[in-house]
Design a protein around this ligand. Structure first.
Ligand code: ADP
Ligand code: MG
Length: 684
């Protein structure tokens, strides 16, 4: 195991600089490198005769260079090396752009394997910038299935292949296998060594398939074991029963009538809380379904019994919003609501801590600052987490250790398909708020292409003139993403809009901004001081701007369905008629299916089912939408059947060895531990 956690700097050719580039891709040690699976493969295993090579499809040909390659200068900064090569069936004109060294690397009369796309016509076939190697020493770049890695500037595919190769050689025979042998036999799964070798350097397509199947299974299996272990340890705790008050007194204080779904969720939670074992309930409801009220009612019930509640918000902005709302709900009952966030002064924090320790504060709303060791409650009873996916395992661990035996209520606006929820949450209880407060308008959704851009801008301006605010979301642009050229980056798009609407207030928030900067822009948005906010998906979570009436999503095909649904939920929160416009030029079947599902329905659950159907569970997890760790196998496929099998296998194993103490399960325990420790990963 130790060998696999070796720093990548120990690999040949990886110095400080390359290590930094690898870190950008999330690779710090050899294990992460081995789990950096190719995003695609190129079939270079067969060589075809030139005359039979299909056009516009990458193939290998074996051809002999007929004359010395010629170098020519087309214009400044553009040089070509041209040559002609032939086999028994025909000839091809090959051009290399700006690769002068090729002139001396390829020799007349020598045979090479070229890999590239055949262009031109049957009369004159051509190939540009092929990859090549001498037919006498073939096997490194051709004659095999080649992995293609996701890269970043400064790291080539060849670099990655070299590092992975070295790493595999180093680990050969030493890769610990988290799947015990009995399990591999039972489910006919390849062993770890074979799987890592063949996912990177497949010996053939069936080997690749076997590797893929095994790795997909492994990810689901380790996850299922981790969730199972959490569950097991949870059951062993005892809780603090909170007597059930008459909720009508609480409802009577509201300025509106709670919906039936809200009442039901409150009843379910209060019933759990009255029990001596700790509640562990998830409240799922679409954005705007009124989850905060459910949280408030539970905190109120605890407060009635003189017990305290901690309410965790993912960001300062949200903590601020919740503070206001919850104060409105609870202050009529003389309950004190406080806030504890990182940006408060030491003095302010100290005062809140004193009130928490004395029991004066009934409910504290906070961010991570709530989790520091010196925060003490006099009688903690309930922990509420909003938008759980922003919290890591460690943080949740810290919180439950603090409020030991506290009841937990997690609120999520990301509906999870029922089929998956059952598997993921197992014995976590779920309340669903499937009814929106009355008078809520449906957000009208349209998909448009570039040709509508002028009309779209006109519409944006019209709404702003009417006093509304507009959100524009752009996809996160990854460096070196080959398809990037037409993608709108939030920053550039904001500049474009600012130039186009000089009289409007256009602002931008994106992931690379410091938290304080982001917060100050968001605060201005909430105050109505920004007309158009351009952002990456950082605004996705919870911020309530009732005045926002239009959500524009650029390159909408780039977003998952659930994500689009979340984004759409940012508008239509006030009484104003609201719209969501998905801008996309994509014509792929899948993108069209996804976007049209968005236009058809506003129901988050239907959308999540559709998302699962379109993407499969691996990709579904990969989006990190569900508070679950990102999976390496996202993109490798793997259907519900694999997930189900892995789940059953995990249950079976945990029944025999609930804490993974057996020696044959040591490697598995290690993986489960790693899953919990991964810094950015989140798991509930
Ligand atoms: P979310 O589920 O997205 O967290 P909120 O709790 O923020 O939703 O509620 C959204 C808005 O709906 C808030 O302004 C809230 O006051 C209002 N609201 C909640 N429940 C009701 C109700 N039963 N009737 C009318 N308005 C409600
Ligand atoms: Mg909310």
């Amino acid at each position: 195991m130790a060998e696999l956690n070796t720093d990548v700097r120990f690999l040949k050719g990886v110095g400080e600089q390359r290590a930094r580039l690898l870190a950008k891709l999330g690779i710090h040690n050899t294990r992460e490198l081995l789990e950096y699976f190719p995003r695609a493969y190129e079939d270079r295993s067969v060589t075809v005769p030139i005359a039979q090579a299909p056009f516009d499809q990458s193939v290998c040909i074996s051809a002999t260079v007929s004359a010395p390659p010629l170098l020519s200068r087309v214009r400044r900064g553009m040089e070509l090396v041209k040559l002609r090569a032939f086999d028994d069936t025909g000839a091809v004109d090959i051009t290399f752009f700006n690769q002068n060294y090729v002139k001396n690397a390829l020799h007349q009369g020598e045979t090479y394997i070229f890999y590239g796309k055949i262009g031109g016509s049957p009369m004159r076939r051509t190939m540009s910038n092929p990859d090549y190697e001498s037919a006498r020493r073939a096997g490194a770049k051709t004659g095999r299935i080649m992995p293609r890695y996701r890269l970043c500037r400064g790291l080539s595919n060849a670099h990655m292949m070299g590092y992975v190769r070295e790493c595999l050689d180093m680990a050969a025979g030493k890769v610990p296998d988290p799947l015990p042998e009995s399990m591999r036999e039972k489910y006919a799964l390849a062993d770890a060594g074979f799987a890592y070798e063949n996912i990177h350097f497949p010996a053939g397509f069936s080997a690749l398939e076997a590797a893929r199947r095994r790795l997909v299974f492994q990810e689901f299996f380790v996850l299922a074991c981790a969730l199972g272990a959490v569950r097991g340890s949870r059951r062993r705790d005892g809780g603090v029963p909170v007597p059930r008050p008459d909720t009508e007194r609480f409802y009577a204080s509201l300025s509106f009538e709670p919906t039936g779904a809200q009442r039901r969720a409150v009843d379910e939670a209060l019933r759990d809380m009255s029990q001596p074992c700790p509640m562990n309930r998830l409240v799922q409801g679409d954005v705007g379904s009124g989850k905060t009220l459910v949280a408030a009612a539970c905190a109120w019930a605890a407060g009635q019994a003189g017990m305290q509640t901690a309410f965790m918000a993912p960001t300062e902005i949200l903590a601020e919003q919740h503070l206001k709302t919850l104060t409105c709900f609870l202050s009529p009952f003389g309950m004190r609501v406080d806030k504890l966030t990182g940006s408060m002064t030491a003095k302010e924090k100290r005062e809140v801590k004193v009130r928490l320790a004395s029991g004066e504060t009934a409910l504290v709303v906070g961010t991570h600052a709530l989790l520091t060791a010196d925060v003490e409650f006099s009688s903690p009873a309930l922990v509420i987490t909003d938008e759980q996916h922003r919290f890591g395992v460690n943080q949740r661990g810290a919180l439950s250790a603090k409020g030991k035996r506290a009841h937990t209520l997690v609120m999520s606006a990301t509906p999870i398909p029922r089929t998956l929820a059952l598997m993921i949450y197992g014995d976590l209880d779920v309340s669903v708020i499937d009814e929106l407060p009355p008078g809520r308008q449906k957000v009208d959704t349209f998909t448009v292409n570039e040709s509508y851009r002028q009309r779209l801008y006109g519409f944006m301006e019209k709404l702003v003139r009417e006093g509304r605010q507009v959100f524009v979301v752009c996809p996160m642009v990854e460096e070196n993403d080959e398809t990037d050229c037409q993608l709108k980056s939030a920053e550039e798009h904001a500049k474009e809009l600012a130039a186009r609407f000089p009289h409007l207030r256009v602002e931008c928030v994106h992931g690379r901004m410091k938290a304080a900067e982001k917060n100050s822009v968001m605060a201005a948005v909430v105050r109505g001081e920004v007309d158009i906010l351009v952002s990456t998906t950082v605004i996705e979570v919870g911020v309530d701007v009732p005045n926002a009436a239009l959500m524009v999503v650029e390159n909408a095909e780039r977003f998952g369905l659930s994500q689009l649904h979340q984004l759409r939920g940012r508008v239509g929160r006030g009484g104003h008629k609201s719209w969501c416009i998905l801008v996309s030029d994509s014509r792929t079947e899948e993108a069209r299916a996804r976007l049209s599902a968005m236009c058809r329905t506003n129901d988050g659950f239907r959308i999540s089912e559709e998302d699962l159907r379109l993407r499969g569970p691996g990709d579904f997890f990969g989006s990190r939408q569900h508070g679950l760790p990102e999976m390496h196998i996202a993109g490798l496929g793997g259907g519900m059947d694999v997930l189900k099998t892995a789940q059953d296998a995990a249950h079976e194993l945990l029944k025999d060895d609930p804490e993974l103490r057996r020696p044959e399960n040591a490697a598995l325990r290690e993986r489960v531990r790693a899953l919990f420790e991964a810094k950015s990963d989140t798991l509930n």
